[in-house]
Design a binder for this molecule. Structure first.
Ligand SMILES: Nc1ncnc2c1ncn2[C@@H]1O[C@H](COP(=O)(O)OP(=O)(O)OP(=O)(O)O)[C@@H](O)[C@H]1O
Length: 293
């Protein structure tokens, strides 16, 4: 899909699939176009070009939309004077959902005791839980949440994680957005990373964390270099006499090669980029608002 507002392209030929049975983390810096994409998924915004399908159909053609996809877009979009129960009942009635299901989802999100409290008095975390309860009302096959862990404490993040991985394990398609890699990597398997509306990576947490290289300190750098060099393996001297930086192979293979010739190794250290670093590396050209130092 592409979405333009006037001259500005907010979503730029973005294409990806969130699959059943897994949690897809939708990541990007502030202003990357995540909310716009999510709004287009449920037909609240129309793409300038391209289209989006939910369970194989355009969402707006759905006859029972809350059963197709449950969404949390604006966590605080609730009437502050209503109780949690009346908020959920109002939504349930639009889709013929029973009162008993309202009680059920309140239990699912841990809000049974606060069911008759006014929403205006809810904490941030309670508001998020109520928003998630609304998303689950129709027992949907797809659950899509915009920044569900925003402002939650570590307990809340853990709760969202268990809930979402549980929903995915039941075979549902789960998608959540965040601008924080650290949060999403705890919850999602599949990562879709965007910057300035463009797809930067469609990957997994494991792949994003693959080793960048191995730092080796050895008594015989030249001999070791000759031994491990080969197609796809690059060996660089770091400037320190005994140190090499090796990319394209594993610490295990380097260790075995050195042992086979009796070459002493003093250090053998895989250097992983942290997820946060990998994310910043991917998105640093795509940050919309940058403070000048
Ligand atoms: N109705 C609109 N009219 C004009 N520009 C808009 C409109 N809605 C969003 N934008 C712009 O589109 C860009 C993407 O916004 P969007 O809210 O989708 O980003 P986001 O990735 O969800 O960001 P955040 O993490 O800050 O919520 C921003 O530059 C925003 O100003």
């Amino acid at each position: 899909m592409t979405k333009r507002y006037g001259a500005k392209t907010v979503v730029d030929q973005l294409s990806f699939t969130a699959k059943p049975g897994q949690v897809t983390g939708f990541l990007g810096p502030n202003g990357a176009g995540k909310s716009t994409t999510m709004r287009m998924i449920v037909g609240l915004d129309a793409p300038t070009s391209g289209d989006v399908l939910v369970n194989g159909k355009p969402y707006v053609s759905s006859k029972a939309p809350l059963h197709e996809i449950g969404v949390l877009l604006e966590a605080r979009a609730m009437h502050p004077g209503r109780t949690a129960v009346s908020h959920l009942l109002a939504i349930a009635r639009t889709n013929g959902i029973s009162r008993s299901r309202v009680d059920e989802v309140l239990g699912l999100v841990g809000l049974s005791a606060a069911a008759h409290k006014r929403v205006g008095a809810f904490s941030l975390g309670m508001g998020q839980r109520l928003g998630i309860a609304a998303a689950l009302l129709g027992d949907p096959a797809v659950v899509m949440l915009d920044e569900p862990v925003n402002g939650l404490d570590p307990d809340g993040v853990l709760w969202v994680r268990n809930l979402l991985t549980g929903l995915a394990a039941e075979g549902r398609t789960v998608m959540l957005s965040s601008h924080l890699m650290s949060e999403v990597s705890l919850i999602a398997d599949h990562l879709v990373i965007i910057g300035q509306g463009r797809l930067l990576a469609d990957t997994t947490v494991a792949d994003l964390m693959t080793a960048e290289g191995v730092r080796v300190v050895t008594a015989a750098p030249d001999e070791l270099r000759g031994l491990i060099a080969g197609p796809g393996v690059t060996v660089t001297s770091t400037g320190s006499a005994e140190e090499l930086f090796v990319a394209g192979t594993t610490a295990r293979k380097i260790g075995l090669a050195a042992a086979s010739r009796g070459i002493p190794l003093f250090e053998l250290t895989p250097q992983n980029a942290s997820l946060e670093e990998a994310f910043m590396e991917l998105t640093h050209n795509a940050v919309e608002y940058e403070a000048t130092r």
